[in-house]
Design a protein around this ligand. Structure first.
Ligand code: DGJ
Length: 306
């Protein structure tokens, strides 16, 4: 796979999985991401060769998914009052060992503007089944936009942009991962960061974020911490002025133990190509990260690093 070129599944169809995440489960690798076609919100692909090839698995969350409330206050609507689609952006899925459920969190908007700024939750018994939608809400009344999930031992954190993106909030989730249980950190005050992606190595945390320029690629930044709930270092530049033409989606460790930066080149309605959105171009990038005590460095490559 070549960075920034059209990526297709084993049937030769473009892969639609933006702003998403990857999850290993029972020897298979699952790739979830945003898919804006038809009634679809989140699609899932599966790989049995560590991400070399991908098969389409399911449209796991759609405008017609079943709904079920798990909190007292939650907006269950999967369509807006005009009947149009809402937005469920940056979907992230984790496996909850305690409940044996796959839990998805995403950024919710009503599809007409970006004023809802909510966190949305869905669950499923299997990694690529039909997820049940549990609705969206604002954690502690705070806006919640670009987001990610992070499993840290027996704790799970939801990290999302608050206060019109000015700050990044860290929420510890409840044991069932269906709710926030505590706001444990507010970082990067007034730094306006989006697209958070996080990984841990030797007890330290690395967080990559982007600037706020919509889908347009910009200079990435990285920050490190000894304690996810503690002090995060000032943001340092990551990659070049456009993060090599991408916006962060997620970080993961490949079977060789390398840290992979996975990013998107797209624009919500498609991929910006000479000023025009062409949806069928689903462009992604995978770059190696060399993270040492001194720095986190993106290693650019033409071939995707997976
Ligand atoms: C910036 C985010 O990073 C994108 O994923 C998308 O949500 C745009 N905002 C929407 O304007």
């Amino acid at each position: 796979m070549i960075n920034g070129e059209l990526w297709t599944d084993i049937d030769g169809k473009p892969i639609h999985a933006h702003g998403g995440c990857r999850l290993y489960h029972n020897g298979k690798l699952y790739w979830y991401g945003e898919d804006r076609r038809d009634n679809v919100y989140v699609s899932c692909y599966v790989s049995e060769d560590d991400g070399q090839t991908w098969a389409f698995a399911n449209h796991v969350l759609t405008a017609d998914s079943p709904t079920q409330k798990t909190r007292v206050e939650a907006d269950l609507s999967l369509r807006n009052p005009s009947g149009g689609k809402v937005n469920l952006e940056r979907p992230k899925v984790i496996y909850n060992q305690k409940t044996k459920k796959f839990v998805l969190w995403a950024h919710y908007e009503n599809g007409e503007n970006y004023l809802k700024a909510g966190a949305a939750v869905a669950t499923c018994d299997t990694p690529d089944g039909d997820f049940v939608y549990h609705g969206s809400f604002r954690p502690y009344g705070e806006m919640s936009r670009d987001c990610t999930l992070f499993v840290d031992g027996d704790k799970v954190y939801f990290i999302s942009a608050a206060r019109d993106n000015a700050d990044l909030h860290f929420y510890l989730l409840s044991e069932d991962c269906l709710n926030v249980s505590r706001l444990v950190n507010r970082a990067f005050s007034n730094e306006f960061r989006e697209a958070p992606a996080i990984i841990k190595q030797d007890g330290k945390y690395l967080l990559i974020t982007s600037e706020c320029t919509g889908w347009k690629a910009n200079q990435g930044g990285y920050s490190v911490a000894d304690d996810i709930e503690g002090v995060w270092s000032d943001i340092q530049p990551f990659g070049d002025k456009t993060t090599y033409g991408s916006q962060s989606a997620f970080l993961y460790r490949n079977p060789q133990g390398d840290i992979v930066f996975f990013g998107d080149r797209w624009g919500g309605n498609g991929f910006l190509h000479g000023g025009k959105f062409i949806y069928e171009d689903s462009a992604y990038v995978g770059y190696k990260i060399e993270w040492t005590k001194q720095s986190a460095v993106l290693i650019p490559s033409n071939e995707a690093f997976i």
